[in-house]
Write a protein that binds this ligand. Structure first.
Ligand code: MLT
Length: 330
């Protein structure tokens, strides 16, 4: 563990001034000198929030400063991304985002940020499966039955998601396209509250990142139909893949990564990348991720280069699919 005390840190404590403690004219060589805010684009208790809080503690220890987690919900994660894109590039406002970073440009014609131009990537965190899940008393028992039921009951079935641009919305869109239906979508500020309503029976089903669903699937509070990756996952060995369950074309894995505004000095990005590497090698993080059906990415993926390559690949993958679907907002 690295802990560095810089003389300015004491001044920061004394004046409690952000401008003096990492504002626009902060010295990148002295970074970090005060609390860092991790901006989560969805509500507390959901998958992105859970991943953030798991890595924040070891990263804070490594950086020698507190990490404050701030949930800035809205518009499928684009509100938070737009906010961080407009911040000073000093490393004190860090965005965590998922696959939504690569779907937003096609979904939102008036988007106020460009994922590749307005941010620097810090490194990838996870690649994680999605699961198709339903309230425990929902009639269909298998994925095949679900697809038939959805087709027959298109006017009454509800599907929850975290807004247009969320991973859950993208996955739901793929299911709707595969069946050829247009379902009633129930949007939330994150799939944390969506899961609460699913358990309570207020909505019928959703597709969400395993981090949010594994515990409730294991306890039986919700029922599972499939995992959307080519392989089954260790945390849910009995859950078939979409391909095994007969649903081709619904293969989607989300990914989380850290971003800072594009003006952020490279020295600052390097500090964050180094701390992220340490956090992802932390045994507690590895074990917690495994319990939630995922794993940290390989160490060579925890770099700005690998993260940018992933973002570019995902932009290339999803932009034509979304454009073909005709779904846009605004
Ligand atoms: C999503 O559907 O994009 C996520 O599950 C959002 C969240 O982290 O709540």
């Amino acid at each position: 563990m690295r802990r560095r005390i810089h003389p300015i840190s004491m001044a920061c404590v004394a004046v409690l001034s952000l401008a003096a403690c990492g504002g626009g004219d902060a010295d990148p060589a002295a970074y970090p000198e005060s609390d860092i805010t991790f901006v989560v684009p969805f509500s507390a208790g959901g998958p992105t929030d859970t991943v953030t809080r798991l890595i924040a503690e070891p990263m804070a220890e490594e950086l020698g400063q507190q990490i404050v987690v701030q949930n800035v919900e809205g518009a499928g994660g684009t509100v938070a991304a737009g906010q961080v894109a407009g911040e000073d590039g000093d490393g004190y406002q860090v965005l965590i985002h998922h696959i939504g970073m690569s779907t937003a440009p096609a979904l939102y014609p008036d988007l106020d940020f460009n994922p590749l131009e307005d941010f620097k990537t810090v490194g990838l965190i996870t690649e994680l499966p999605m699961t198709i899940v339903a309230r425990s008393d929902f009639e269909p028992e298998t994925l095949e039955e679900l697809l038939a039921y959805v087709e027959e009951n298109v006017d009454t079935v509800t599907i929850a998601n975290a807004g247009v641009g969320a991973a859950s919305q993208l996955c739901g869109l793929l299911i709707e396209q595969a069946v050829g239906v247009d379902l009633t979508e129930v949007p939330y500020d994150g799939t944390g509250p969506a899961l609460t309503d699913l358990i309570g029976g207020q909505v019928d089903f959703m597709c969400d990142q395993s981090v949010n669903t594994v515990a409730q699937l294991q306890s039986g509070e919700i029922k599972g139909y499939a995992v959307t990756t080519p392989e089954r996952i260790d945390a849910l060995p009995d859950l078939p893949t979409t391909a095994e369950a007969g649903l081709d074309g619904v293969e989607v894995a989300s990914f989380h990564g850290l971003y800072v505004p594009s003006e952020t000095p490279d020295e600052v990005v390097e500090e964050l990348t180094a701390a992220l590497k340490v956090a992802l090698a932390d045994q507690n993080v590895i074990d917690s991720f495994a319990d939630l059906g995922t794993a940290p990415v390989a160490e060579d993926q925890v770099t700005p280069e690998a993260h940018t390559a992933k973002l570019e690949e995902q932009l290339d993958l999803w932009t034509p699919i979304i454009e073909a679907s005709g779904v846009t907002v605004g």
